[in-house]
Design a protein around this ligand. Structure first.
Ligand SMILES: [Zn+2]
Length: 545
């Protein structure tokens, strides 16, 4: 029997560029792609010419700089995509505009249909700088339930929504949640933490097919900014099915690594039953859609973060903890024993300390775990002792400068300037030797280069420069945003750098971020993005075949 001679390696793409930064220390001039993978690199512009054939697309990107596509360690792609289907109150600039949008949606809605707003809004963008009241939402939509969720931990509802959810004057606060009340004890329509979900559970949102379509458009908007992978920071089982639909319909333009929500409103038994009912464990899926793990939420955001010191604008308030430590330890121990990774939202120093206690208790029972199995999400306000414990115990940390960028003014008002200045001190985390992965958590497409600019300048949207001493270098910021997230996703052998054998996730820029003035990075946009050897953003047809 004779064997056919081995087919010579022929590239699908040969990309030549001014600089191709591998993120492992090398700089190349050409990179070869075949199928979904990087198969060859060379420090010479002509170094791969022998691998080109008739079907090879040669991308002569002379002055461009190529990097690994960005991998966001913590973002809510599902919420950002769903927001595009909901009442867009993020565009309102006054209470009247906000309630006007709600009223218009109510006029178009079917009887008893819920009016759901986008969660991407904040009262600081309204001229009155306050929340819409329950009475104002009642006036805008007297007959229909209105739920105006804001971010992941807060909402304002109208009377019909509270009634539909069975929340009466005597309904107690749920575990890890708060039903807002006026001085006279009547409800004011605000919902915090678990109370948001208590009402949201009654509000039917867009269906799966609609969500899958929205994920297609939503993921394309991230790809257009140079993102190749998003670790999806919290979904439920229905939403996982919508992701699977989007993946099967070939709609996703970024890789997605979902975290499944385990809510603090559940009893210990119910939480463990939910985890058993997921039927899989961390790592299940394929290169496009692979389950990362579980998501727990231990405290609040700017409002509600559990702090050692009280809030400067509310001296009786030091935030809240959503989980009982003993219950959380047992749930996390069961989950880790079943092969689940866990990421827990902990913003304030008091929450981070409790989380370290819980994670250490888990390890004491199940034994050592591989890096990036028990993960701290955010850890915005920490002290040196907490950082040392996290590093010593091998608990990785996901970090999101865009939260400081976006909410710096609110942090100054709530936490005060001293704590705001030391939010997410990347220099100290890096110096301590922490496992770090960079991301956004901003629930809308956000330019990764604006994030890099923020990490290297500590600049914000409207609160100036906060804690400039905590800046890191461009090279380190890029590393946390590529290699860091690849390690977080347990995919450092497949993603995160430009290395033969890894997946061809690439992004090209008109200038070299490692050589440019950092000030030029804030608005720097990519020329093209490639994920798995496919163009996901290519307006000027550099990658057309
Ligand atoms: Zn988040």
């Amino acid at each position: 029997m004779t064997r056919e001679p081995a087919e010579p390696l022929r590239l699908d793409y040969m990309i030549k560029a001014g600089a191709i930064h591998s993120m492992t220390g090398e700089t190349y001039r050409s990179v070869g792609v075949r199928g979904p993978e990087i198969v060859a690199v060379s420090a010479d512009l002509e170094g791969l010419d022998d691998l080109a054939g008739g079907a090879t697309t040669v991308v002569d990107a002379g002055d461009l700089t190529v990097l690994p596509a960005f991998a966001d360690s913590h973002e809510h792609l599902m919420e950002a995509s769903r927001n595009t289907l909901l009442v867009p109150v993020g565009k309102a600039r006054s209470i009247a505009e906000f309630t006007g949008m709600v009223a218009a949606a109510a006029r178009d809605a079917a009887p008893r249909e819920w009016i759901l707003t986008s969660i991407g809004w904040h009262e600081s963008n309204l001229a009155e700088n306050r929340l819409p009241t329950l009475a104002e939402l009642d006036a805008a939509a007297p007959d229909r339930p209105v739920l105006a969720r804001r971010g992941g931990h807060f909402a304002v509802a109208n009377s019909a929504a509270l009634q539909a959810a069975g929340i009466g004057p005597d309904t107690p606060d749920p575990p890890g949640g708060k039903i807002g009340r006026l001085a006279d004890g009547s409800r004011d329509g605000t919902l915090e933490g678990g109370a948001v979900y208590q009402v949201a559970a009654f509000a039917p949102g867009p269906g799966r097919a609609e969500l899958a379509g929205a994920l297609g458009d939503g993921s394309a908007a991230y790809a257009a900014l140079g993102v190749g992978t998003i670790r999806e920071a919290m979904i439920n089982l229905d939403e996982l099915l919508a992701y699977q639909d989007a993946r099967d319909r070939d709609l996703l333009r970024v890789r997605v690594r979902p975290m499944m929500r385990v809510g603090s409103e559940l009893t210990e038994d119910a939480a463990i039953a939910l985890i058993d009912g997921l039927g899989a464990r961390s790592g299940f899926g394929d290169d496009w859609l692979r389950i990362w793990g579980l998501k727990l939420v231990l405290d609040g955001g700017v409002e509600g973060a559990a702090m050692d010191q009280p809030y400067v604008n509310d001296p009786g308030n030091g935030g809240h903890l959503n989980w009982d430590p003993a219950v959380m330890t047992r749930v996390c121990t069961e989950a880790a024993g079943r092969g689940w990774r866990i990421g827990t939202h902990a913003v304030g120093d008091r929450a981070v300390r409790m989380l370290l206690d819980v994670y250490e208790a888990v390890i004491a029972q199940v034994g050592p775990l591989s890096p990036w199995t028990l993960v701290i999400e955010h850890a915005m306000v920490t002290d040196a002792a907490e950082r040392e414990r996290a590093v010593r115990d091998g608990f990785g940390v996901t970090v999101q400068h865009p939260v400081l960028w976006n909410m710096g003014s609110e942090m100054l008002a709530t936490w005060g300037p001293e704590r705001t200045g030391r939010v997410t001190p990347l220099d100290q985390w890096v110096a301590a030797g922490a496992d770090l992965a960079a991301g956004t958590d901003i629930v809308r497409p956000f330019n990764p280069m604006t994030n890099v600019w923020g990490m290297v300048t500590r600049g914000t949207k409207s609160a100036g420069v906060q804690g400039p001493e905590h800046a890191i270098s461009v090279g380190t910021a890029l590393e946390l945003y590529t290699m860091g997230t690849a390690a977080l996703n347990h995919e450092q052998d497949r993603l995160g750098s430009i290395t033969p054998g890894k997946l061809a996730d690439l992004v090209a820029y008109p200038l070299d971020p490692l050589a440019a003035d950092p000030g030029d990075l804030a608005e720097l946009s990519p020329v093209f993005t490639m994920v798995g050897g496919r163009a996901t953003h290519d307006p000027r047809k550099w990658l057309a075949r």
